[in-house]
Design a protein around this ligand. Structure first.
Ligand code: AHG
Ligand code: MN
Ligand code: MN
Length: 333
């Protein structure tokens, strides 16, 4: 596919979504397309603030903690405000759940639409001050009936859209509407996300593992044994280690190169560290749509039925065969 702006044959996220909408014929109302436009706007706005963070004095701690206990950075708070306000004004949301807000937000009547959006406005906050890649993660559910928190207490498999935007050397929006995964790169010149990674497929096996091994002291036996198996393999071809510490960046690399990303539940963080609704589900959804797999050790992440909006999960995701290897160690245990 030709994606060069100079040719005039560019495919933007908006034109691509409109094309998908047209293929659905009269069933499609265009509401989801408009919601995706609002999400794009949030990503562009956050991307601009990330790029200029040092110049705009947006670096550093805000001196506050969110209600779920994480220290907040200035950019965490700003990104959350951008998301909440832009999504509310789109008129397409009924419920929002953000990592930065303790309670689910029920959108007031005059702005109410029919979608629920769960999001991590800024992922990888510990990397902000060093200029390392960070991102935004989101998932969308359709709301049936009266909007309430119940709209998002559903397995990730029921999401209608999942995606992330990574702010790095370029801004990359990676998204799935349940028909595979596409990646778009922001062309700052025209302010549009251009289709640059059509139909992303994750390799069935990779050569890279991505864990915070600083937690190894607390890892359970299956995790320890699995890591041993890829570091000291019988074929003398150990995996390479890559760990950025921004889930968005670690998952992005895993989608493109293959391999495995893991943040397991362990003796210290008994339920894991990462959040199920707005970190686990969207990433698991994308990985599965790209042909990979995501598990918590016991089962598929996307089948977990959540009971709380901020609940945590252990997670292993990536190339199907690599994640199946982890599952074998858990089965044996
Ligand atoms: P957030 O910045 O949204 O709180 O998320 C941070 C997460 C995730 O991005 C990353 O995978 C993980 O925390 C890194 O944790 P460690 O620093 O414990 O390795
Ligand atoms: Mn996060
Ligand atoms: Mn965050």
């Amino acid at each position: 596919m030709d994606t060069q702006p100079a040719t005039g044959k560019i495919v933007t996220l908006t034109s691509h979504t409109l094309q998908e909408q047209a293929e659905l014929g009269s069933q499609a109302t265009g509401d989801l397309t408009l919601l995706l436009t609002a999400i794009q706007t949030t990503c562009k706005t956050i991307a601009m603030n990330v790029r200029r963070a040092r110049l705009l004095d947006l670096i550093g701690a805000a001196g506050t903690a969110n209600k779920t206990g994480d220290d907040q950075k200035k950019l965490d708070i700003l990104s959350n405000e951008i998301m909440v306000n832009t999504l509310r004004q789109s008129g397409k949301t009924a419920v929002m759940v953000s990592e930065e807000d303790e309670e689910a937000i029920i959108v007031e009547d005059m702005y109410r639409g029919k979608y629920a959006v769960v999001f991590d406005p800024l992922d990888g906050s510990s990397n902000i001050d060093a200029g390392v890649n960070i991102g935004t993660i989101f998932g969308v559910y359709k709301v049936e009936g009266q909007p309430s928190v119940e709209a998002v207490l559903k397995p990730g498999r029921e999401m209608v859209v999942a995606g992330y935007c990574m702010y790095g050397s370029s801004s990359n929006l990676v998204i799935s509407t349940g028909k595979g995964v596409n990646g778009y790169t922001l062309d700052n010149g025209i302010g549009e996300f251009i289709l640059t990674h059509p139909d992303i497929r994750i390799p069935s096996r990779g050569k890279i593992y991505s864990f915070n091994e600083g937690n190894a002291l607390f890892f359970d036996e299956p995790t320890k044994k699995y890591l041993e198996s890829i570091k000291y393999p019988s074929n003398n071809k150990p995996y390479s280690a890559r760990y950025i510490g921004s889930m968005v960046a670690d998952v992005h690399r895993t989608l493109l190169y293959g391999g495995i990303f893991g943040y397991p539940a362990d003796k210290k963080s008994k339920s894991g560290k990462l959040r199920l609704l707005y970190e686990g589900y969207p990433m698991a959804y994308l990985v599965e749509q790209a042909g990979g797999l995501a598990i918590d050790g016991k089962g598929n992440i996307l089948d977990i039925v959540p009971t709380q909006i901020h609940q945590r999960t252990g997670i292993f995701l990536g190339s199907k065969e690599d994640v199946e290897d982890v599952a074998k160690f858990y089965k044996e245990a």
